[in-house]
Ligand binder design. Sequence first.
Ligand SMILES: Cc1cc2nc3c(=O)[nH]c(=O)nc-3n(C[C@H](O)[C@H](O)[C@H](O)COP(=O)(O)O)c2cc1C
Ligand code: SF4
Ligand code: SF4
Length: 347
Amino acid sequence: MLLEKYRHMSLPQARYAEFVLDRDKCNGCGRCVKACPIQLLELYGKKSRPNQRYDHFRCITCQNCAASCPQNAITIKGDYRVDKGFWKNAHLFKGPKTMPNPLGRNGQTTYADQEPELTETEKVIYQRRSVRLYKKKKVPRDMIERVIEAGRFAPSAGNNQPWKFIAIDNRDVISALNEKCKASLYKVSALTLPKPWINKKTPGDKEAKLALWQEALLPLLTKIKTGDTEPRARGGINAASSDPNYDIFFGAPAVILLLADKRGIGSVELDTGIAGQTMVLAAHSLGLGTCWVSLAKAIGFDVKLKKKLGIEEPFKIISSLSIGYPQGQVDNPVAREQPRIHWVDSI
Ligand SMILES: Cc1cc2nc3c(=O)[nH]c(=O)nc-3n(C[C@H](O)[C@H](O)[C@H](O)COP(=O)(O)O)c2cc1C
Ligand code: SF4
Ligand code: SF4
């Protein structure tokens, strides 16, 4: 019993979502191929389909492909669900995922109907999307600095402002960063997944098991770094790092690394995240597209790289933002799960 609990913590038995295409609706535009953050789709015979690298454990169920499709041709059927053990989540899905509904008019109006009644800030919040398709055009440095300035005025515990930003707009440097991050991520991936899944190019042994040493190690790692060992994250990291063509920054002309001073008050990660999202919203309002890229946290594993980038103690990397001018229209919002609000009137 105890052993079974421990096992579920290392790699739970999960039900995964399924990519379903309505071939009649698909017009072969290829937007979904570019929108998939894990790059699991391709065009074949002018229709979208999962590519050779697609597998159940690699799809993170993010719904980006469905949201990007102008034809509504894609359904991500089901959810990533775990029924028991540490990673249990099946109870969270209380109803269908829904689009923004700030005015609370469920079933009566669409988001587009409500938009004219929203404030400019609300519109920025709901229209922002993670952008993974950029024009080559360089972003002027004063624009990048304008975006960072918005982060400087974000709130932080005790106004301690633990953040520091490294801005990079040299494509060669960004490409080198991508390769080095992927090399580190690949090593992490090898520690956290069954061996037959690691460098798999085609769907393989779904029943593959972790090695005994992994079963012993992973629950401990999960206790210390829960978010980083989340099973879908492991699949995504594996897919990205084993694909020679994958670019964690999606060809963006600029990248901002978000660092935090470990000696700050309270949670420096939270403060830096708030600064980052303030920058994301400011960027959107300026016509720029951004994507949070936490895969860049892998910089933290590479001592030489950190030195070259000037990341020294007591700073650590929290995440990064890719930034550039979006190519084409910014896609519809990605539907979200039902709101988890619990009103308490007395205690
Ligand atoms: C902290 C954080 C880290 C993220 N890291 C990545 C990443 O490494 N790669 C990526 O493609 N998207 C990344 N994302 C973007 C999410 O996939 C995206 O926000 C989510 O799918 C919802 O889509 P939306 O931002 O378009 O609404 C990250 C988002 C956050 C907030
Ligand atoms: S749900 Fe996300 S990861 Fe899965 S195929 Fe669609 S875009 Fe890719
Ligand atoms: S975005 Fe939609 S229409 Fe375009 S290729 Fe993908 S599935 Fe087909």
